[in-house]
Design a protein around this ligand. Structure first.
Ligand code: 6R9
Length: 647
């Protein structure tokens, strides 16, 4: 039997939601979703409250997902204006810079409101209108949140691109949504290293498909000298500082788009996941309050980057809509030393800490000393997100970091889901290390077998969600058919998550990982097809196949098999060059951990690459190759296995 960590009665006594309340509200939420979500919608401030709550059909010939469709509101008003009366002087964002020697900054709700209004006015003056797309390519600084909220204020759709992406990836994302304006900075700073953000934007804008961009606003961050190309490039402070501190918010329909966020899927091109205004905000705020058992005086810290959905929902939108104090950290866990996370917790008296398993595993390797020389006595709750957390890391997090005092919420969700779908509520669920436990209100998970049959009781299968929830994505930007085909065609009538999952005898869910061609590297989604297409774009590469393999720290690593064009030599220099090539083409996060020469790839007679076999070779488990009878040329496999051994 798995370990059980029962709810701490002292925690439950003060918690927002206890066991009975969870069970009762969960039942209501699935039996009468209109009443449940209609009531939940009262937590938002509306210009026009909705009268229609839910209008959803997953039927392929009559497909629609609409929530609160006749309501009107503005997301930035919900995150800022409505907090001013009671929380104007409360810290909204607590910024901790890369270097511990640089000063931290406390930005109050009133100050944040003013900064957002000024940028909103500046954007309007630059011709950005409701529905226009704005790309945000910024480091983890307060202006990133300001930029997102300023777009929300004027009804522009933001697309945040992670600062670790290279020029090509920026260009693809800018081109796909036709951005009119980019907000960037001179440079980023991470672990003492500079990231040439403006230079990357310059390189991106030289690439085809990016000529919709009229303006580049540049935040002066490190003060580095950068090329400014008139009239396109403008200093952020020159344009924004003189603006008035009030900015009329745009009246937005509940279903008007709020943002696009690109994420990797099974095919080559990243998908522009589109979220709309009311349902997304409501779901982010509600889950943030319930899962983190939020209290007025909490200092809440999510270590994600705003370039990922976790940063959107649980650094910016959820916490600010709840009037919380949200810590924004520019740096990395191991700079200037491996105590940094714990030192920041002590410095700012953080009460809730939310991070990724990959960070926990990396810090666990450093031993207990860097943790134990800090106090961490302010902590009361820990969270995990991004990939399955192995029980060993869970226990270390619980015992060493949390001193066996703080519950852990292992939150399962996706860019597509907008917010947390399966997670403990810390006052209501007994915990099991490695399990995301039970569904949030309104969420109906199910497991299906290979034939699409729903499995009851303790079972294993592909994870689907049988009904809609307000935070669900509404479309793939510019390709609604792809949205339907990707998520609703495999198991008609349900949303397919792309994850495998097990449910135990207590009804607890255990996510086992992706079942599609997506690799989860340190919690970042990388499509195998993206890395393959970067590799084959190199003149010396004929063919490439990429798979994931188990990695101690990253969860999964990237393993690439490369076939060279005839006559090219398999040298160590070329191997290094190809890894650097992917780094340059996509960004450092996509660089292969292993690259193996493959004179041939295992294919079926119809020419399909058999990744299952490549995965087993990468895992160094050649005795588990399974059925190889459909291989066109079995000798290819033998030579790959042989080659793997000698390395
Ligand atoms: C929020 C986020 C989504 C994929 C998802 C799954 C994996 C996320 C998890 C988890 C096990 C958890 N994942 N949280 N697996 N336990 N608590 O990470 O979004 O970047 O879109 O990734 O991450 O495989 O399908 P995103």
């Amino acid at each position: 039997m798995a370990d059980l960590y029962p709810v701490d009665p002292a925690f439950a006594a003060r918690a927002r939601i206890d066991k009975t309340t969870y069970q009762q509200q969960y039942r209501e939420s699935v039996e009468n979703p209109d009443a449940f979500w209609g009531k939940a919608a009262e937590r938002l401030d509306w210009f026009t409250p909705p009268t229609r709550i839910r209008n959803v059909s997953y039927q392929l010939d009559d497909f629609r997902i609409k929530w609160f469709e006749d309501g009107e509101l503005n997301v930035s008003v919900n995150c800022l204006d409505r907090q001013l009366a009671t929380r104007g002087d409360k810290t909204a964002i607590l910024f901790e810079p890369d270097s511990p020697d640089a000063p931290a900054q406390k930005v109050t709700y009133r100050q944040l409101h003013e900064r957002v209004c000024k940028l909103g006015n500046a954007l309007r003056n630059l011709g950005v209108k409701k529905g226009d797309r704005v790309t945000i390519y910024l480091p983890m600084i307060v202006d990133a949140a300001v930029a997102m909220l300023a777009c929300a204020r004027i009804g522009a759709i933001h697309s945040v691109v992670f600062g670790g992406f290279a020029a090509n990836s920026i260009a693809d994302r800018v081109g796909d949504c036709g951005s009119k304006l980019i907000i960037t900075a001179d440079e980023g700073l991470r672990g003492g290293k500079k990231v040439p953000l403006k230079a990357n934007v310059d390189a991106a804008l030289k690439l085809p498909g990016t000529n919709t961009v009229e303006t580049v606003l540049v935040v002066r961050h490190t003060g580095a000298a950068v090329d400014m190309q008139a009239p396109r490039d403008r200093w952020f402070h020159d344009v924004v500082d003189p603006q008035p501190a009030q900015c009329e918010p745009e009246r937005m329909n509940a279903e008007d788009p709020l943002f696009i966020l690109y994420t990797s899927g099974s095919t080559g091109k990243p998908k522009g996941v589109l979220h709309t205004s009311a349902g997304y905000l409501l779901f982010a705020a509600y889950t943030h309050e319930a899962v983190f058992d939020l209290r007025e005086d909490d200092i809440y810290w999510c270590t994600a980057d705003v370039g990922w959905v976790t940063g959107h929902s649980y650094i910016v939108y959820g916490p600010l809509a709840n009037g919380a104090t949200s810590v924004m950290f520019e740096g990395v866990p191991n700079y200037p030393n491996t105590s940094r996370f714990w030192e920041v917790i002590d410095k700012h008296q953080v009460t809730i800490f939310y991070t990724a398993p990959t960070a926990i595993r990396a810090l666990m390797r450093e031993g207990e000393a860097p943790v134990k020389r800090t106090s961490r006595s302010s902590l009361r709750l820990l969270g995990s997100v991004g990939e399955p957390i192995n029980p060993e890391a869970w226990r270390w997090y619980y015992e060493v970091v949390g001193d066996a005092r703080c519950p852990i919420v292992d939150t399962w969700w996706q860019t597509e889901t907008g917010g947390i779908l399966i997670s403990p509520l810390p006052g209501a669920m007994d915990l099991k290390p490695g399990s995301a436990t039970l569904p949030f209100f309104g969420v109906q998970p199910a497991l299906v077998n290979a034939d699409g049959e729903i499995q009851e009781g303790a079972a294993e299968g592909n994870l689907i969600i049988r009904d809609s929830w307000p935070g669900q994505m509404r479309t793939v930007y510019g390709d609604h058919q792809r949205f339907i085909d990707t998520y609703f065609r495999t198991y008609p009538g349900s949303y397919f998550t792309g994850d495998g999952c097990r449910r135990d005898e207590d009804g607890y869910y255990w996510i086992t990982g992706r079942v599609d061609d997506v690799i989860n590297v340190s919690g970042h989604r990388i499509g195998t097809a993206e890395v393959e297409s970067a590799l084959v774009s190199h003149p010396k590469v004929a063919e490439a196949a990429v798979v994931g393999f188990p990695h101690d720290i990253k969860g999964q690593g990237i393993y690439a098999y490369v076939t060279l064009v005839a006559g090219e030599a398999q040298t160590d220099e070329l191997l290094k060059e190809l890894v650097a090539w992917v780094r340059k083409e996509i960004g450092p996060i996509a660089a292969p951990d292993h690259l193996q020469w493959a004179p041939g790839l295992p294919k079926t007679r119809s020419g399909k690459i058999m990744r299952r076999i490549l995965r087993k070779i990468a895992e160094n488990a050649p005795d588990q190759l399974g059925d190889t009878s459909t291989l066109a040329d079995p000798s290819v496999v033998a030579s790959l296995v042989e080659e793997r051994k000698v390395r």
